[in-house]
Unconditional design. Structure first.
Length: 100
């Protein structure tokens, strides 16, 4: 096996932020934290971590993309939560229609 297939440990540790990442041990925790940071809502980072754990990633990415496109949003966290709720409603409605 060649060395090119593996990432060197020093490269991984270079990206590790000791103060921010010291309590993060799972991928969904990192995703939730990064999402809270991107939305400027670190005050509610535990909410985003919980969402990352329990909500399908496609819904989170769709809501994230919606907020990213809304450049003039005053409260990106609130806009994200609204869009996520809308996406969940549409998903439930679609699933009910398929059952008929």
């Amino acid at each position: 096996m060649s060395d090119k297939t593996f990432t060197k440990l020093k490269d991984i540790l270079k990206d590790y932020k000791s103060e921010e990442d010291k309590y993060i041990s799972r991928e969904f925790q990192k995703y939730g934290y990064d999402l809270a940071e991107e939305l400027g809502d670190l005050k509610h980072k535990s909410l985003y971590i919980k969402l990352a754990k329990e909500t399908p990633r496609g819904l989170l990415e769709a809501a994230r993309s919606f907020v990213k496109d809304a450049e003039n949003a005053k409260n990106k966290g609130a806009l994200f939560m609204w869009k996520l709720a809308e996406l969940k409603k549409r998903r439930v409605y679609t699933q009910k229609e398929r059952r008929r």
